[in-house]
Design a protein around this ligand. Structure first.
Ligand SMILES: CC(C)(COP(=O)(O)OP(=O)(O)OC[C@H]1O[C@@H](n2cnc3c(N)ncnc32)[C@H](O)[C@@H]1OP(=O)(O)O)[C@@H](O)C(=O)NCCC(=O)NCCS
Length: 157
């Protein structure tokens, strides 16, 4: 039987310290490095929800809002917005933290679409998501609108 879970069961938060190897010559973190941290966090979140193997199939609406610099603490938060049959849309946000002032700012955000798979890499159904808070319900509804647009675009291709 397909289980149902709330987003709270799989919400994933990872923190990192920005090191010189993460950054370019002007001391700000490479976009690709940020994307890697986001993908990894989304993947852990999707695994916790689906309890299957997962693979990223698409990244949408990826934005780098503000730069992250060497020495800064970076926090990545991933939460399932909605599940469909085998796919999950994960909301990923990256925050830069000023640990001396206990302040944080949004540095990057995006939607990661991952697919639950069996050992043969074939898509498998994932548990339904039951949104509990008003914000989770809104995210669930918005994910449905994005899914419709996505399917319409893929039909046109
Ligand atoms: C993930 C993978 C196994 C899925 O297999 P597939 O045969 O393409 O799967 P399907 O066409 O049946 O689609 C599976 C799900 O993905 C969704 N999907 C397919 N293409 C998509 C796209 N471009 N954007 C968003 N979702 C997509 C489908 O809607 C479906 O979701 P649903 O079951 O919830 O309706 C396969 O595409 C793959 O291995 N891709 C490469 C992944 C990869 O290497 N990622 C980088 C490293 S993690």
């Amino acid at each position: 039987m397909k289980k149902s879970k709330s987003p709270f069961k799989s919400i994933t938060e990872c923190s990192y310290l920005v090191r010189p190897g993460d950054a370019n010559s002007i001391g700000t973190v490479f976009g690709g490095r940020i994307l890697e941290l986001m993908d990894m966090t989304a993947s852990i979140c999707a695994r916790r929800h689906s309890q299957t193997l997962v693979s990223t199939i698409a990244v949408e609406d990826l934005h780098f809002h503000r730069p992250l610099v060497i020495g800064m603490v970076v926090k990545v938060i991933a939460m399932v917005n909605r599940t469909f049959t085998s796919s999950l849309e994960i909301n990923v946000e990256v925050f830069g933290e000023d640990t001396y002032k206990d302040e944080a700012f949004l540095a990057a955000s995006g939607f990661f679409i991952l697919v639950g798979m069996d050992q043969d890499r074939k898509p498998v159904p994932v548990p339904d998501l039951i949104p509990l808070t008003a914000e989770q319900i809104q995210r669930w509804e918005e994910a449905g609108v994005r899914r419709e647009k996505r399917l319409a675009n893929r039909k046109r291709e």
